[in-house]
Design a protein around this ligand. Structure first.
Ligand SMILES: [Zn+2]
Length: 251
């Protein structure tokens, strides 16, 4: 039997009354388990087997590869994600990335901690659109696809104005000539996102002009790392419009 803290990543209907749940745990990574009766009655597991709840679960060995969910206890919850639509969409994206970025049974303590940090930041009022991108930068690094460093991974020069390589920021000399240019401000923003401590993930707010450079780069990096574009990206909140300067003020 396994007893551990867990987050629900996905619940899939199974037969008439059951659910198959994907859970993220620190020590055992992603685990799939059969939750008997959970589909028929939400009260089956005390009504707490839900997204954005921190759970303590007990899993027994089921038949075959699928474990069987025993008891579920509520340790805490991120309530703002149930009431704020931008926070909800962002939180759902975090769960989606955690699911796509983990393999069943592989320990994922860093990603588990990162996910808790991301949900905590949303609960404390972080700007959802910015938090999603900070989380992406840090999740990519934990999956072995760090998208940005202080120096160019090709030649070691300190990065200023740079270029969007395939999933990684390169100096313009190392990038292909057709690669999109990233301003020094966009590079500094990505570096800052990569270096934020887990308890301060909400501290960075991306201005719309920099987000316009950073977002396409991160979308491409995610697609490369995960092998496909996560569906939840499409529901992420935007950064607002970049207004042109008012007429008459342009020299
Ligand atoms: Zn270089």
């Amino acid at each position: 039997m396994i007893a551990t803290r867990a987050l629900l990543l996905r619940a899939t209907p199974y037969r008439d009354s059951d659910l198959v749940v994907d859970l993220l745990t620190a020590a055992h990574g992603r685990l799939a388990a059969l939750a008997r009766g959970a589909r028929k009655s939400r009260r089956r597991f005390g009504g707490v087997l839900d997204y954005f709840n921190l759970l303590h679960v007990e899993l027994g060995r089921g038949r075959g590869a699928l474990g069987s969910l025993g008891s579920v206890e509520l340790l805490g919850s991120w309530e703002v994600l149930r009431t704020d639509v931008d926070a909800y969409c962002t939180g759902s994206h975090l769960l989606d990335l955690a699911r796509l970025g983990t393999r069943e049974g592989d320990a994922a303590p860093e990603l588990f901690r990162l996910l808790l940090g991301g949900l905590d930041a949303l609960q404390r009022g972080a700007h959802p659109a910015s938090l999603a991108r900070v989380f992406q930068v840090q999740a990519l690094a934990r999956l072995g696809y760090a998208p940005v460093a202080r120096h160019c991974p090709g030649c070691g020069v300190a990065l200023g104005v740079a270029a969007a390589g395939r999933g990684v920021v390169l100096c313009r000399g190392c990038a292909e000539p057709t690669a999109a240019v990233l301003s020094a401000g966009a590079v500094r923003t990505l570096q800052a996102a990569a270096e934020l401590p887990q308890e301060r993930l909400g501290a960075l707010r991306l201005p719309p002009a920099l987000a316009a450079e950073v977002v396409p780069f991160l979308d491409a990096a995610l697609e490369l790392a995960l092998g496909r574009r996560p569906n939840s990206v499409a529901s992420l909140p935007g950064f607002g419009r970049i207004d042109p300067p008012p007429r008459g003020l342009v020299p």
